[in-house]
Design a protein around this ligand. Sequence first.
Ligand SMILES: [Zn+2]
Length: 298
Amino acid sequence: METLRFGEVTVDRLVKAEGLSFFSGFLLPDSDDEALAAQRPWLEPQFFDGVSGRLVMSVHCYVIRTARHTILVDTCVGNHKERPSTPPWHRMETPWLANLAAAGVAPEEVDFVLCTHLHVDHVGWNTRLRDGRWVPTFPNARYLFHRVEYEHWEATDDFGSGTGAGDGCFADSVLPVMEAGQALLVAGDHQIDDNLWLGPSPGHSPGHVCLYLSAGGGRAVFSGDLMHHPVQCAHPEWNSRFCHDPELARATRHDFLDRHAETDITVLAAHFAAPTAGRIVAAGARCRFRTRAEPGSS
Ligand SMILES: [Zn+2]
C-alpha cells in the first residue's frame, strides 16, 4: 500500500506477513462455496487464490502521522512470544522494529498505540523482552484499550463461541503495559485528537472498536477485525470462526456497511491483503470492496 494522505495526515502499512492463508470454509464457517464463487471475479487474484482455493490475507499494523502525533493501530504478533497454538507465530523473530525504523519511526516517537481489540495478533508488539521481562516497546506512548475489552480479558481467556487461543497474550502483551502505568482505559467513543476518534463495534470481541480519521477533506476508518476478509462486504452475515458473539458481530457488520457503503470513506481493515485500502461499493443486491488500485477508483 502506498502512503495514504489525508491533508497533512499520512497513513502507512507495516506488514508482518502476507500471502496464502486459511481456506474460506475454515475462517468463515458460515460461507458456502457457491456463494463464494459468485464473488470470485472481484476477489481474484489479490484476495482469493483460485488455484489453491485459499484466502489471501495479511497481518499488519498501521502507522498514522498527524501534525502532532504518531499513532500505531494494532501491533501484530510480536517477537519471542510463546504461541504454541499457532506454530508460525511461536517464538517469532522478525525485523518488525527495523521495518518500523525504516518507515521513519523510532519506538520513543510513538505517542499512542491503539489495539482495536485484544486478540493475539493485535497486541504482540505492545511489549518486548528485556532482561527476561516483558516491557512496553514504546516507552513514551499511551496505550488505548477499550475498558470493556480490557475487563473482559482480565477476567477470562475464554474466546466464547470461537476456537481461537490467546496463548497468554493478555499476560505478556497487555498486563505489562498496565503495570508500567502506560495504559489508558477508554470509552468506545473516545476522542484522541481533532482528527481521530473511536467508534464502538462490538461482536467480534466484547469491546472491539474502530478508529475514525477525518483530515484534509478525506475520511478513513481502521476497522480491525470487524471484517476479516473483503468477501464479508458481500456477505456480512458470514462470521469468522473467531467471533465472540455471532449475532452481535453480524449486526455490527450490517450496520457498518449501511453507514459506509457508497460513501467516500476509505476502509483500512487489519487483515485485507495488498493493496488493502478501498471503499465499499454497491454491486447489485450486495456490496463489494473496491480497492483504490482498481481502475475507475480514486
Ligand atoms: Zn486479527
